[in-house]
Design a protein around this ligand. Structure first.
Ligand code: MN
Length: 238
């Protein structure tokens, strides 16, 4: 039996000048039958090439805001802290491994934003000041972060719908940014009742999915298992 190797982009703690990792990213992959490997924070071309040869798939984790220059905007006063090293690394990995070499990829939170920016879309730098939803939803829930706080409606016929087979699910929400103009290369798979896109995929690809919520914090939930199972299964050639 082969165990797919899945590269996990590292989290960056600016205050401690340190890399770190949330167990849920590793555990979600392990539970689904994959071997997670936390990657070095580097955009060195040779290293990126080697990562492409080594991994069967890539998990793009949550973290700092994506630098607005990547989607052709000035940094607004409400944009949070950015991590240029992660931006450089993840853009390089996304174009080399995911787009050129067609490795399966799952983006979580920052991950959906990174995929959209990398493919020409734009982001809300701050939802509370820029996004006027149809109704008010708090996308930055109070702790704890491992319980659902709003609904997402799953698009009928989308790959997520084919897997989950329900019209809506309850998810947690810890983000102040979000997808604004969706890249023409991505399709929405789920939206909130205020009209925000919270899950996307890239049509025509084996598996390029991203969600705005945090399944790594809700591994007690079968819908979180379904996401990791679908991703790790694609990394395993299913
Ligand atoms: Mn949300």
């Amino acid at each position: 039996m082969s165990i797919p190797v899945i590269g996990v982009t590292p989290l960056w703690d600016e205050d401690r000048d340190s890399l770190w990792m949330l167990p849920g990213y590793m555990d979600g992959i392990k539970r689904a039958g994959g071997m997670p490997v936390m990657l070095p924070l580097s955009s060195d071309e040779v290293l990126i090439e080697q990562i492409c040869r080594t991994v069967d798939g890539l998990l793009f984790t949550g973290g700092q805001d994506v630098f607005p220059g990547l989607y052709r905007e000035e940094v607004s006063a409400y944009c949070g802290s950015v991590c240029k090293n992660r931006d450089n690394m993840e853009i390089a990995l996304f174009s080399e491994a995911v787009i050129k070499k067609n490795k399966p990829a799952l983006g979580i939170c920052r991950g959906i934003q990174l995929f959209n920016a990398a493919l020409g879309g734009t982001l809300y730098q701050d939802l509370s000041s820029q996004f006027k939803g149809r109704i008010h939803i708090n996308h930055r829930q109070n702790p704890p972060a491992n319980v659902p706080s709003h609904t997402v409606m799953i698009k009928s016929g989308s790959p997520l719908h084919l897997r989950i087979n329900v019209e809506s699910i309850e998810v947690n929400s810890s983000h102040h940014q979000g997808v604004h103009e969706l890249s023409s290369e991505l399709e929405s798979m789920a939206v909130t009742e205020d009209g925000l896109i919270e899950a996307v995929y890239m049509p025509g690809r084996k598996f390029i999915w991203a969600v705005q919520w945090h399944p790594e914090l809700t591994l007690y939930d079968k819908n979180s298992h379904i996401l990791f199972d679908a991703f790790v299964g694609a990394c395993n050639g299913e």
